[in-house]
Write a protein that binds this ligand. Sequence first.
Ligand SMILES: O=C(O)CCC(=O)C(=O)O
Ligand SMILES: [Fe+2]
Length: 243
Amino acid sequence: MSSRLRGFEPTDSHPNPKFGDNKGKGVIDLGNGSEVIHIPRFVPWDQAWEWYEYLDKEIPWTRPMIHVFGRSCVQPRDTCYIASEGLPDLKYSGYQPYAHSWDDYPLLKDILKAVHEALPGSYFNSLVLNRYKGGSDYVSWHSDDEPLYGPTPEIASVTLGCEREFLLRRKPFKRQASATRASGQSLGKRSRESLQDQHSFVLKHGSLLVMRGYTQRDWHHSVPKRAKAESVRINLTFRRVLV
Ligand SMILES: O=C(O)CCC(=O)C(=O)O
Ligand SMILES: [Fe+2]
């Protein structure tokens, strides 16, 4: 078994070798204008491994110092930032990543094209890459609600390599909304479902997950530590910086 397959088995095959095999696509209505789309088999298995190998080797990964709750720490995963020219700078957790050019990584342009094709009407001009070297690398609870993305950002996230759990947790309700929730018996089944406070997704090799609408305003997300995740996961989150 090749080393890249350690810990992975292709549990489902790809009958359709094209991108955007939407079979198994799930749309999850989180309520109040927030929505998640999950396409478990966005990229064919072998193609996804080619992308993984290239990115693992070619991307100038860094592990910067960040500042959260008044403390400095090393970000618990590798990262890299790509952005089109002329966009305002991204800054998060006191860190301003250097914006690399799409032109230096032609494969990223191909991946961007595939994502645009899977999501008609979308337009992404920047990309945050993450590399989780094992189960002790993680991203803690946060939302990508920086003003430069606007009030309803669409964020498309591609997973390559080791599968990891992705959690969404509703931010605390505002007073009026929680009163509505407390009187839950008057709500229909669909409304009650949409008031679920936490969702979990297993993001597999080659999958695509999209957060839309008010998901960044109303929900936090995280990729928690997992002792059993022994190998590397690369994640690409495509975003649109407003100009
Ligand atoms: O790795 C993931 O699936 C999520 C990464 C993330 O939330 C981020 O880069 O903001
Ligand atoms: Fe995020």
